[in-house]
Write a protein that binds this ligand. Sequence first.
Ligand code: AKG
Ligand code: FE2
Length: 202
Amino acid sequence: MPLFPSDPKTNLLPYDGIVNDYGFILSPLEADNFFEAILSETAWKSDEAVIFGKHIITKRKVAWYGDGEYIYHYSGTRKHSLPWTNSLLALKDLVEKKMDLTFNSCLLNLYHSGEEGMAWHADDEKSLGKNTTIASVSLGAERKFSFRHKKTRETVSLVLAHGSLLVMKGDTQSNWQHCLPKSAKIKHPRINLTFRRFLEDT
Ligand SMILES: O=C(O)CCC(=O)C(=O)O
Ligand SMILES: [Fe+2]
């Protein structure tokens, strides 16, 4: 448990974006149950991308769920969304009630250990629109998460704990990148769920 309870009204970014830490939204037992259910029920696949003309297949697994059959174009590939599972719907409902906002899709990541991470990027695809809100739920191993301003290069880091919720909104994706650094010390898996508002017809 952190020394100080997180306050979702506090902005963790100093300027040009808004990141709110909602802290724990699940009890340890609820978080364990969601972790186990989502780990086994999700249609995990390696992520594929074309980066500088090279076809990359990741060790990290991903999955995409949504209200409709959305087609997500990114990094030179296309992904079709799957229909929600019961666990995902239950977690989505919980997040929506906390935030008073609805989401229509969720991108999931499975990091088998600290040897897998995610490089610096911004979720600034056209299909999310400008000033999108992304709600990120963490389950499993605690991992460091960092933001870096695109121009000033200032960084802000925090730890994402089992059963916690972090929200990125405002112009965060236009001005900041984020990453999940690798860490050889971490031997346990982590699941991350980012609930998103996907714009159809983009
Ligand atoms: O695993 C995380 O906490 C971040 C995932 C992420 O940034 C993404 O899916 O776009
Ligand atoms: Fe991201």
